[in-house]
Design a protein around this ligand. Structure first.
Ligand code: SF4
Ligand code: SF4
Length: 153
């Protein structure tokens, strides 16, 4: 895709606080602007482009995963909206592959909503979907990728 730079999330990068998938619809006037680069340069966000397309008229659509500080994330959203870009959030949820989970417990400390906790009787990690805020932080630390983001299409 022309004129839109992409940076990919580095799995070895220091852990930050917030992860979100957003959908961006942008007008032709900004299709050549460095908006994606600026998300990293101005707001220190990691950007992972999951899907992108540009029409012959140069307006376009992207689904991107943003990762970084939550406050910076909201500032970046304001920046994008200031460019005339429409932002929407896909319905997303978190799912755990029970067969892959090895009960290591690494996700427990990172979970801000206590959706992950240790059952002291069984020594198993319980995932409570009702409490899950879908922040995606556990997907970052799970060594076997048992936690993953499910995006509704
Ligand atoms: S996605 Fe849900 S389970 Fe995972 S860290 Fe965030 S709130 Fe906790
Ligand atoms: S970090 Fe992954 S493997 Fe470890 S308990 Fe959590 S979901 Fe299971």
């Amino acid at each position: 895709m022309n004129n839109i730079a992409s940076t990919t999330i580095d799995p070895s990068a220091p852990r930050k606080a917030y992860r979100k998938i957003i959908m961006i619809t942008f007008p032709s006037e900004v299709s050549g602007s460095p908006m994606v680069c600026n998300l990293t340069r101005l707001y220190d966000l990691s950007v992972n482009i999951l899907r992108a397309s540009i029409t012959p008229r140069r307006d376009g659509f992207m689904t991107v995963e943003l990762f970084g500080d939550e406050e910076k994330f909201h500032e970046a959203i304001s920046y994008l909206k200031g460019l005339g870009i429409k932002i929407s959030t896909p319905d997303q949820s978190i799912s755990r592959d029970e067969d892959s989970c090895m009960q290591c417990g690494m996700c427990i400390a990172i979970c801000p909503s206590e959706a992950l906790r240790l059952d002291i009787n069984t020594r198993r990690v319980i995932f409570d979907m009702e409490r899950c805020a879908a922040c995606g932080m556990c997907t970052r630390v799970c060594p076997v990728k048992a936690m993953h983001i499910v995006v509704e299409q």
